[in-house]
Ligand binder design. Structure first.
Ligand SMILES: [Zn+2]
Length: 301
């Protein structure tokens, strides 16, 4: 999740500044809350993106690793469940609140795995210093994939599936098929507006499509780990997707009528959804989210 960056201009600097400030804000108190989701899969929550871990005879597979300052607390939380080695970290996308611990977990022996575009984004702007050299190549994914990749570990198949460009152009969702746990990455914020990062190829229509893929994969008992927010189920995922579809319809309608952004916002087009969206949706103000959607759909016209 990257907040407060909605102007396309100067986005790179703003993005880095936001990531750095977010990273600094968690260094003081990195507490991790662990929730057991199946015999082998747990959800870990802290200050960055939600983490899922599978732990079993083949070791530990993690999905995302939050910020670097939290790595010790995260590793301790995993060891508290089981002391087996962390073998793989899967990044759902490149944002620093999901990949900030890559270098630290690589140092603990983990291999980083992500979509091709995640590695490319990291090389392109996150891991290059002012002189164009790599800041730290150990933080980069060592294994990348294009459409999907499967792991056969800890007694189940773990499917990592690239979705259409949504939150970024490198989003993957991770399905622990035996445990029936689905990690949606930042394609899904539970109880929050879903931000999409246009500077990384994120697209609003892709968000809706990617949420639809999550809905297809999941069943009534699937435990769904959102990128941010609490544990969800298929019903919550569907409600979220449906709200985004309503927002899409209303925004497209305004664009078709030639309504300006200011007038569109002034009409408070999501007023009737505010209670349903919950308090979390006011954290990232409706106006900012609607501005993003308006600009994205206008671009596609
Ligand atoms: Zn993100």
């Amino acid at each position: 999740m990257i907040q407060s960056i909605f102007r396309p201009g100067a986005i790179r600097i703003a993005l880095l500044a936001a990531l750095v400030s977010l990273a600094a804000s968690v260094s003081v108190n990195a507490q991790i809350k662990t929730t057991k989701l199946s015999d082998s899969v747990h959800m870990l929550r802290g200050k960055g993106g939600n983490i899922a871990v599978s732990i079993g005879g083949d070791g530990v597979i993690m999905v995302d690793d939050q910020f670097a300052p939290a790595s010790t607390a995260i590793a301790d939380a995993i060891r508290a469940i089981d002391g087996r080695p962390i073998r793989f970290v899967i990044n759902t996308h490149w944002h620093g609140d999901h990949t900030g611990g890559n270098k630290n977990f690589n140092a603990l022996g983990a291999t980083i795995v992500a979509h091709d575009n995640v590695r490319a984004e990291m090389i392109g702007r996150w891991f290059k210093d002012a002189n164009g050299g790599f800041v730290d190549s150990n933080a980069l994914p060592k294994i990348t994939f294009s459409d999907r990749i499967s792991f056969h570990l800890n007694g189940e198949t773990v499917e990592i599936i690239k979705v259409p460009a949504a939150h970024t152009d490198g989003d993957a969702i991770v399905h622990f098929t035996g445990s029936d746990v689905l990690h949606m990455g930042d394609v899904f914020f539970n109880g929050l507006y879903s931000y999409f990062d246009g500077s990384s190829g994120g697209r609003f229509d892709g968000m809706i499509d990617a949420l639809g893929i999550g809905l297809k994969i999941s069943g009534p008992k699937t435990k769904i780990v959102p990128g941010h927010g609490g544990l969800a189920d298929r019903g919550a995922l569907k409600r979220h997707r449906d709200r985004l579809m309503i927002i899409r319809e209303r925004t497209a309608e305004a664009l078709a009528k030639g309504v300006s952004l200011d007038d569109f916002l002034a009409s408070r087009p999501t007023r009737d959804l505010e209670d349903d969206f919950g308090a979390g949706y006011k954290v990232m103000a409706a106006e900012k989210f609607l501005s993003l959607v308006y600009a994205d759909l206008k671009k596609a016209e």
